[in-house]
Ligand binder design. Structure first.
Ligand SMILES: *[C@@H]1O[C@H](CO)[C@@H](O)[C@H](O)[C@H]1NC(C)=O
Ligand SMILES: *[C@@H]1O[C@H](CO)[C@@H](O)[C@H](O)[C@H]1NC(C)=O
Ligand SMILES: *[C@@H]1O[C@H](CO)[C@@H](O)[C@H](O)[C@H]1NC(C)=O
Ligand SMILES: *[C@@H]1O[C@H](CO)[C@@H](O)[C@H](O)[C@H]1NC(C)=O
Length: 464
């Protein structure tokens, strides 16, 4: 009895040692975790991370409300900060020129001063329009986490919350800002559609919004088990092949190679499970494994397929084809060659596709072997790319959302200015009657002001 206890204690400390070692391997230069609306110095979230309370150094706004409720089970969601006016969180950035992860947590908690489920607002970060007319889910128990990776060139990251006219207020429960590991996003990807399959460059100029993050053939991976604190859900709702699939679980060690991708690109728990096609007889199965997704039309998306050969008995036995929307994206993909002939070593392939419906498949190629593994997939990630206006949420840029807010809210001042101009021009008119040589330049001004005032008020709704 006593021995078991000691053993399990030993086990626990060993586990926490391993966890500590895993955490220590990635130490982002910029790392801000804020539990918004909380005045407590520290809050431990469900994944054992320490979030700081709201710090006036970061929150540059005075017209805010601190909301609190004891209902939500996670301490992170028991407080929120609400804004009736535009408010900014400004984070000093030391790691310039690289992407930063921005996670925004929303949980419409109940407070008698305002009903957060009624909130509707816009969120802007360093010129990128992240969310527009956003309404966090009205289901009181739900938590919405929006994750972006934004290129930050300047010394600060400014996140702006802008209430929409409809609701008049915005809120947020928690904010994470983390330097993205340098190997998380590559500048190149394969553009695949019916006409072409070509290498494209310049992805590092884009912002990314996470749309799907899937652990193929395995369990849900929580932030606790991911060194970048991501969540990977199971592939159940996306996998739609009836036959030919076998799930595999690998008990060995995932070999992150020097010069290969790091654990921050994908954690062990994603690479140690997969779905495979296996040939048990001398015949190679004539099947594909296919996963389907709905992604928003009008935006390019980046699809990352994660591979790790945890199923073959030896190197150079696995060759397969990869299809994106039925188009051949990779023929005879050879994971051994891609991973310096090391089994159980991870590799990924990035594809850029148009929005709409998306299907990714893997299947045997004409180099596949009988009595071997003939296709594999371990994980899938899908990101939306910002459009040419720098927006993730509509054909409108951050500037015009911001301008229309200001126009809408200076409507008391503008008519006043217009009235003054009217008075002025009236006096000019009167003077002109007295003095025939006077200029008429003033007369159009009041008209311009009222016109722009009218347009500004409708800008958002008319674009939408
Ligand atoms: C983390 O991963 C381990 C090993 O796969 C698993 O047993 C454990 O339940 C996971 N913990 C959480 C919080 O997901
Ligand atoms: C696998 O999918 C590709 C692309 O849709 C198709 O050309 C091929 O015939 C499929 N293979 C099988 C065995 O169904
Ligand atoms: C392999 O398949 C391709 C088409 O996918 C075909 O052009 C090629 O001839 C095949 N190679 C062999 C050796 O059968
Ligand atoms: C995303 O925004 C960046 C910066 O404004 C821009 O360079 C890039 O072209 C945009 N992406 C797309 C796909 O339009």
């Amino acid at each position: 009895m006593a021995t078991t206890k000691i053993l399990s204690l030993y086990h626990i400390s060993l586990l926490s040692l391993i966890a500590a070692a895993a955490a220590a391997s990635f130490s982002p230069t910029d790392h801000f975790l804020v539990n918004c609306g909380s005045s407590a110095a520290q809050t431990l979230d469900a994944d054992h991370r320490v979030f700081a309370g709201d710090d006036p150094r970061f929150l540059a706004s005075t017209q805010t409300l601190q909301l609190q409720s004891l209902d939500p089970p996670s301490p992170l969601y028991r407080t929120a900060r609400a804004f009736t006016h535009p408010a900014h969180y400004v984070f000093p950035i030391r790691d310039r020129g690289v992407h930063h992860l921005v996670r925004l947590h929303f949980h419409p908690l109940r407070d008698n001063r305002c009903d957060l489920s009624e909130a509707e607002f816009h969120v802007i970060a360093n010129g990128f329009l992240l969310l527009r007319n956003f309404r966090p889910s009205t289901a009181a128990s739900s938590v919405v986490i929006k994750e972006f990776a934004i290129p930050v060139d300047s010394g600060e990251l400014k996140i702006t919350f802008l209430p929409s006219d409809k609701s008049g207020f915005a809120f947020v429960n928690a904010i994470e800002v983390i330097t993205a590991p340098i190997d998380l996003i590559a500048d190149v990807a394969q553009l695949v559609d019916a006409e072409k399959n070509e290498r494209i460059h310049g992805l590092l100029r884009n912002g990314f919004e996470t749309v799907h993050r899937v652990n193929v053939g395995g369990f849900k991976v929580t932030p606790f088990n991911d060194s970048l604190w991501r969540t990977w859900i199971t592939d159940d709702e996306f996998f739609n092949s009836i036959e030919g699939s076998e799930t595999v679980h690998f008990g060995g060690i995932i070999k992150y190679r020097k010069g290969g991708l790091s654990r921050e690109v994908g954690p062990d728990n994603v690479y140690n499970t997969a779905r495979v096609i296996r040939s048990k007889v001398s015949l190679i199965p004539k099947v594909n494994l296919t996963w389907s997704f709905q992604i928003e039309k009008g935006y390019s998306h980046m699809v990352r397929m994660h591979f790790c050969d945890i199923a073959s008995v030896s190197t150079y036995m696995l060759y397969f084809n990869v299809y994106v929307n039925g188009n051949l994206a990779y023929e005879n993909l050879d994971l051994s060659q891609s991973t310096d002939a090391i089994l159980a070593s991870p590799f990924y392939a990035d594809f850029v596709v148009d929005g709409g419906s998306l299907a990714v498949s893997v299947g045997p190629s004409n180099m596949s072997w009988p009595r071997a593994v003939d296709a594999i997939l371990n994980g899938i990630e899908i990101w939306k790319l910002n459009n040419t206006m720098g927006s993730f949420d509509g054909e409108v840029c951050a500037d015009s959302v911001w301008r229309s807010w200001r126009t809408g809210h200076t409507s008391v001042v503008l008519p006043l200015i217009a009235a003054i101009f009217l008075l002025l021009s009236a006096s000019v008119f009167l003077q002109r009657r007295r003095n025939a040589s006077a200029s008429t330049g003033w007369a159009r001004l009041p008209v311009d002001v009222s016109e722009s005032n009218l347009k500004g008020g409708n800008q958002l709704s008319s674009i939408k």
